[in-house]
Design a protein around this ligand. Structure first.
Ligand SMILES: Cc1cc2nc3c(=O)[nH]c(=O)nc-3n(C[C@H](O)[C@H](O)[C@H](O)COP(=O)(O)OP(=O)(O)OC[C@H]3O[C@@H](n4cnc5c(N)ncnc54)[C@H](O)[C@@H]3O)c2cc1C
Length: 440
């Protein structure tokens, strides 16, 4: 597998809170010959949601996960099930593609959150859900003015009324910090990402999906009736194939992917459970999921057991030096925002790879020039809802049907290759530097 980062980016995180707290799930190892109508590569939310949709329609599905269940971003994210999935701006999209393209994309984002809600309810998944929508906290007076201006667009785009909170009201709402006000959007909720993943996997298995772990696919070959997948210990013939590898994609599996994704690291820390008086001292008692208004944003929430989760972008490299630097930076930012918790022990810390695309939107379609090969990826760090939804759409596309849910143009647009080939991570250096300046 040809990948972009240093090897340590592909090691199993040693100190991820979610996986430490979850019982291991039994997927058989991917060994020997397997056949299926549809083969799925990648066992995160995208792959599992596609598999579940297909199995519900009586399709014979085999899913191959290179590592262990939930090993990718789906087992180690922040658990914000919220709007997002792309980085397309409102006016830029409307100017380039027209108002319908924008409103279809907004409908898809909203439907993605509703879809996860539906899956959780339908399959009675135990996911430690909390938070009514999400709250964005203004990091500057100008950011608060922008939030006020955005409120109208949000009502128009998502048919909901956001609530604005003045800075003086934040302490009373248990959202105290160095903020200039906030806005709550009544869409979305937080969940335990690994439990959601395990629940999806259980539902897929119950529906008849063959789930295999430690089953890396290292070659995809087209033949007269479909595709042959090969790995070190397995072979699979399938009529159709779905790529669901997102930030852990390889440049050469298949070659079409070369240069089309830009994996980016995101990092999370979690504290020990906070006491009541520690929460009071900081003035943060809310269980609302929140993020700040910076371009390089921080995301945070109090977990149901009163631990505090704090996340932000990761480093540009996965060398020991770069990892130590990002570990220092995330602690510094956490202590700046929540100074009363400076001495609270941080018990867990880890990173993972999310995935950017050159057109700033997810891709969910048949791969051009490769009949029967489909891909769903590129959620720009917002894939809890969008990856699940993409999987649902892919299921319909694989069946040859037009999805019965919003399937916006932006998700069908084939992403171009990034410039600079395997050196394309360098594109992030000026982007992060400019955003850091603007975020002050
Ligand atoms: C630290 C972090 C925090 C995040 N926080 C949030 C959040 O709060 N809210 C949100 O909405 N999103 C968040 N995200 C993004 C979200 O987790 C992802 O967008 C989403 O999980 C993507 O799901 P996926 O199934 O497409 O990919 P993944 O879950 O990454 O799964 C891809 C899988 O493919 C497997 N694979 C790769 N190549 C092969 C191969 N050749 N053969 C077999 N298997 C292969 C990998 O092992 C991997 O397990 C976060 C991401 C990170 C890293």
């Amino acid at each position: 597998m040809k990948r972009l980062y240093e090897p340590s980016a592909y090691e199993t995180p040693k100190n991820c809170f979610w996986t430490q707290a979850l019982r291991p799930v039994a997927w058989p190892r991917g060994v020997g010959r397997v056949s299926a109508e549809v083969a799925i590569i990648g066992g995160g939310y995208t792959g599992l949601s596609t598999a579940l949709r297909l199995a519900d329609r009586s399709v014979d599905v085999a899913l191959f996960e290179a590592r262990t269940p939930g090993w990718g971003a789906s087992g180690r994210n922040g658990g914000f099930c919220c709007l997002g999935g792309g980085r397309l701006g409102r006016s830029r999209t409307i100017n380039a593609l027209g108002p319908d393209a924008w409103s279809d994309w907004c409908d898809a984002q909203k439907m993605a959150v509703q879809w996860v809600d539906r899956v959780i309810v339908e399959h009675a998944l135990e996911v430690e859900r909390h938070s009514n929508g999400e709250t964005v906290l203004a990091h500057s007076a100008r950011a608060m003015a922008d939030l006020r201006a955005d409120a109208q667009n949000i009502t128009q785009d998502f048919a909901v009324t956001p609530t604005l909170h003045e800075a003086s009201d934040l302490r009373g709402q248990g959202l105290s910090g160095p903020f200039h006000g906030a806005m709550t959007l009544p869409i979305g909720f937080a969940l335990n990402p690994a439990r959601y993943h395990a629940g999806l996997a259980g539902a897929a298995q119950a529906a008849g999906v063959q789930l295999y772990q430690q089953a890396p696919v290292t070659r995809i070959t087209a033949h007269a009736t479909g595709y042959r997948l090969d790995g070190p210990d397995l072979q699979c013939d399938a009529q159709k194939v779905v790529l669901a590898t997102n930030g852990y994609s390889s440049e050469d599996i298949p070659d079409w992917l070369r240069g089309r994704t830009l994996p980016v690291m995101s990092s999370i820390i979690i504290t020990r459970p906070l006491t009541h008086s520690e929460m009071q001292a900081q003035g943060w008692t809310s269980d609302q999921m929140a993020y700040d208004s910076r371009t390089l944003l921080h995301y945070f929430r109090k977990l149901p057991d009163n631990r505090f989760l704090f996340g932000m972008r990761g480093g540009l490299r996965a060398t020991p030096g770069a990892e130590a630097a990002i570990a220092r930076k995330i602690r510094k930012d956490f202590h700046t925002m929540f100074p009363a918790w400076r001495d609270v022990e941080i018990t867990h810390a880890w990173s993972g790879l999310a995935c950017l695309m050159s057109n700033l939107s997810p891709f969910c379609a048949e791969v051009p020039g490769h009949s029967g090969l489909f891909a769903g990826l590129g959620y720009h760090g917002n894939g809890v809802a969008m990856a699940s939804y993409t999987g649902r759409l892919l299921g319909d596309l694989v069946l040859g049907e037009t999805p019965d849910m919003p399937y916006p143009t932006v998700m069908r647009t084939v992403p171009k290759r990034f410039p600079l080939g395997r050196y394309r991570r360098a594109l992030l250096t000026p982007v992060y530097a400019a955003a850091t300046l603007l975020d002050r």
